[in-house]
Design a protein around this ligand. Structure first.
Ligand code: URA
Length: 211
């Protein structure tokens, strides 16, 4: 498993505004989209490509196209939805699958309540999006689910991660080169309620309002 903490001044700036409790939902959603686009620049370096011949107004040119099988983007509902638009703008050929997972606020255990994925994940490059990597329980469930269905590579893109969650992913996928995590920040710790400190609060609530 590879971990990349993406260090870039634009990402640090946008993430600081995102963390600020005064940032309202509409700006929070916009910043989330912008952050995922910046993270995608790094996280898609290994995306499969093939040659593509085009004619410029001057001559032939052999360029590049995203190749088949198409990559698959999988937002983890609910908060992962806020990262979807930004990522598929960067990956226009991607198919989109959905995983609905919720964690019990007392046990912090994750359960799957919805699943809609392309039938065949054999050999596919998958991008899982979930803004908060807290205990890692949800992400491990999601990655296992995708690898069991034949995914060849799973790249998770997160905004804020806790050391506890990263350690859980590292232990679970030690020596597994097909699992990679990109995060915009590695924070201090989890609090007793499973919130990342300093974090940004509940990402889903901040995007969509408290439900
Ligand atoms: N999920 C969130 O939305 N925020 C946290 O801090 C931890 C998990």
């Amino acid at each position: 498993m590879h971990l990349h903490v993406v260090d870039h001044p634009l990402i640090a700036h946008k993430l600081t505004v995102l963390r600020d409790e005064r940032t309202d939902s509409s700006r929070f959603r916009l910043l989330t989209e912008e952050l995922v686009m910046l993270l995608a620049y790094e996280a898609t370096r290994g995306i499969r490509i093939e040659d593509k011949l085009v004619n410029t107004p001057v001559s032939e040119f052999t360029g590049t196209a995203l190749s088949n099988p198409r990559p698959v983007v999988v937002p983890i509902l609910r908060a992962g939805l806020g990262m979807l638009e930004g990522l598929i703008r960067m990956l226009p050929t991607a198919e989109v699958g959905f995983l609905g997972m919720v964690r019990d606020e007392e046990t912090l255990e994750a359960t799957t309540y919805a699943e809609r994925l392309p039938a065949d994940l054999q050999g596919r490059q998958i991008f899982v999006i979930d803004p908060m990597l807290a205990t890692g329980g949800t992400l491990v469930m999601a990655i296992d689910f995708l690898l069991e269905r034949g995914a060849s590579e799973v790249t998770a893109i997160c905004l804020v991660s806790a050391p506890e969650g990263v350690a859980r992913i590292e232990e679970t996928y030690a020596g597994r080169a097909e699992v990679t995590v990109y995060t915009a920040a590695l924070d201090e710790r989890l609090d007793e309620n499973g919130y990342i400190v300093p974090g940004l609060g509940d990402a889903g609530d901040r995007m969509y309002g408290v439900v």
